[in-house]
Design a protein around this ligand. Sequence first.
Ligand code: ATP
Ligand code: MG
Length: 476
Amino acid sequence: MPRQRSSLPPILVVDDEPNMRDSLRVILCDEDYEVETAESAEQALGYLDQGKREYFVVITDGRLGGVLNGYDLLRRISRDWPNLPVILITAYATPKLAVEAIQAGAVDYLSKPFQPEELLHAVERCHERHQLIRENTDLRSRTSQVYDVEHIIGDSPKMQELRQLIRTVGPSDANVLILGESGTGKEIIAGALHLLSRRQSRNYIRINCAAIPEALLESELFGHETGAFTGALRLKRGRVEDAEGGTIFLDEIGDMSRPLQAKLLRFLEDGSFTRVGGNDELRVDVRIIAATNRDIVKAIRENEFREDLFHRLNVMQFRPIPLRDRGTDILILAKHFLKMHCYTQGRQMLGMAPDAERKLLAHPWPGNVRELRTVIERAVILETGPVIRTTSLPDFEVEGRLREVETKSQPRPDQSFEEAVSSFEKSLITQALEENHQNVIRAAEQLKMTRHALRYRMQRLGLLHASEGEAASESA
Ligand SMILES: Nc1ncnc2c1ncn2[C@@H]1O[C@H](COP(=O)(O)OP(=O)(O)OP(=O)(O)O)[C@@H](O)[C@H]1O
Ligand SMILES: [Mg+2]
């Protein structure tokens, strides 16, 4: 059966003798390797320099016709492409030549004459090595992206406080719990904390506890031994092991099952754990950051979340507030995303029409910053003119009405009297503005109040742009 090597890059064979190139090619192609050839070190370096193709191994004769010989090529490759293995073919088998080849950086050498199997064995070893390197790179790319704390945008006092708290807590080793609605930035807070810690050069691993089936989450976190359950064909290291020395971010921790919560609690005590189906106690040094958008107090009350685990995680708590309570940060973020999406979509920077700004400020943003980001992305695609107009923004009205019922009937349990009144006021005003297409005069008429009074309230509730706000306070 032909072996499947489709994902493997080709081998580069370097030899100045056409016969030798051909016979190497035949041996390798028979085994389904893809082969490219070069007749000199110079030509080979030319291919490598262009960087158009990746090779997984270079096989070169020690003696080559050009100015550079095989040893020179070997030295150049190990200096400039240290991950690319080279197999050197030498004329005679002498210990001195072997030592020279290895010292110059060859991973293997063959002396003429050699059997095809010897060549294939050497290549197979490089193949394995290539796979290992690739798995490692995959691992690195599977570790999540992290952001600098300065990339957390927003000038509202709460956001300034938040950035300050991140700077203070980041360098400590304290466990962190992040609580907040969906899309409020929990993930970027976690990443920024890692980046500010002494663990920043080590792995940062995010596990979404809600996305992994319950039965697999334990083995994902702590690994499993061979045969631990049907399908556990090989030993699997836990992600906590990948995070050694670094940080593990347990996202959506509110969705973790109770039995696993118990195991996590033990892990939090001293970093010790046992792989699924294993007996040995292993130990790692990992910092834990956890997040959830669930109401954790309610989950504890309903016996779905262990209170002791909550206290362990809750050494430091972050609570990013909903976007609707961040005032004109909405516009600052909108401009940030506008810049970003104009850039990625290769468009000139677009402006924002004042009534579009008002529309953004009035919307309650149930999906928070993530929703705003999507709205702006869509607007950049739809807008044909130089500024974003309301017509390029979604029709929030339907959604607004849905929420109106919600806010009227049930103030959130964690809201103070003042907050509940503000949010009720805000939803009344927002709805009137929506119904009157952001026309303040008509909205004021509908609410039976003066235009000035409405603008004053809008300013107080953060529904007005700063410059408009000044005008409003003057005339209020
Ligand atoms: N203050 C901010 N500045 C810049 N970008 C932000 C900010 N807050 C959130 N974002 C962006 O908004 C999106 C959602 O943020 P994030 O993934 O951190 O939310 P989350 O709280 O983890 O949401 P969920 O609970 O749904 O997982 C991301 O693209 C993130 O980069
Ligand atoms: Mg998230």
